[in-house]
Design a protein around this ligand. Sequence first.
Ligand code: UD1
Length: 431
Amino acid sequence: MEKYRIQGGNRLHGEVEISGAKNAAVAIIPAALMVEGVCRIENLPQISDTDTLLLILESLGARVRMINPSTVEIDATHATWSGADYDRMRKIRASYYFVGSMLGRFGVARTTMPGGCNFGVRPIDQHVKGMNALGAEVEVSDYIDARAPGRRLRGSSVYLDKVSVGATMNIMIAAVLAEGRTVIENAAREPHIVDLANFLNSMGADVRGAGTDTIKVRGVERLHGGTYAIIPDQIEAGTYMAATAACGGEVLIRNVIPKHLDCISAKLREMEVIVEEYPESVLVRSTGRLRRANVKTQPYPGFPTDMQPQIGVALAIADGTSVITEGVWDNRYRYINELRKMGAQVQVDGRVAVVEGVKTLTGAGVAACDLRAGAAMVIAGLCAQGVTMVEDIHFIERGYQDLVGKLQNLGADIRIVDEPDEPVRRTAAAG
Ligand code: UD1
């Protein structure tokens, strides 16, 4: 079984290039099902989640052609809604976006219930509410079956009871080809929501207000082909920022939108890390001695829940006591048990974790409980004394393009080994 072997203690130095945003890509690929014509997507992250979604698109009859590792052309002109690769759909969260795109394009949808990281209960009631508002009947069992009368959705107003990234994007996708106007209120505002809207608009949709809490979509008859480049990944960038903070060193993080990193930069500055912003990069400089801080995760523009485990590791070695409050998910502290094996002092009570900073962590055998928890374990291993072995790295490869190669370039001692401890040759982390 492949693992990461990390010899901790190296400072990080150099430059790292950030890939396209996972959470934008995983919505844009399913949305491409609605495009009649060739849709060229650039800055596609090479991660296993995007590979899986492209295979699902192919199973629906779309033609998928990789132009280079980060550019794909999709032609869904002759695609259909049935007979998808349901085994693959079941594995990943973002497969729920096919509900929106199938309903929008064909007026009928069949997907499995989505998989993905386990952060506790992950309901889809707001997605269903949105599709119902657009006129679809939705049945949820092991599968999600949905159908619009007359095979076309009708624009409508939807007020989300909960700020949900997934529901906002799914309803937006579905509404693009609906008849008439849709208004989504209490919408999520994450950068990937704006990116999805920009993608849809570049293919002929009429979406306005993405990035605010009210999104207006005027339905169009069809979407046409076009070219679109995905934004850089906020969370991948934040992960390298947290790693540099925890290990010490100086890293220029390139191909980012600094504005998207404001909440992370501000928190790191509170922890006495220097963060300098440039037009498309941020420079992070840290002595490795960090000051305590409190963190509360919230929907954008708040501190992202997907950065909570990574910042949690940095706080575990900061001077003083920090309090983390998880404002989005019920159960996002499973990584703490792993971190304790490395000597971290953390008490968890419901959504609150109290972190007593320790001088140093000690290498240990730990598991990646999910994607971001896995990234956190890597950071812990990088800043710990001794050797850390991280298991279940397939979770990490779902969302980080070439994490090992990028960290090695920064001077980290990390490699992939097969049990018991043999280096494994690998060309790409796409799985
Ligand atoms: C997406 C991200 C995930 C991130 C999360 C919050 C993807 C593939 N995943 O997940 O990495 O942690 O945004 O930034 O993009 N909720 C409901 N009913 C619903 C939907 C959500 O009650 O129908 C609740 C959830 O339980 C959660 C909150 O709303 O408490 C936010 O969830 P949501 O924003 O929908 O997360 P995802 O889109 O699943």
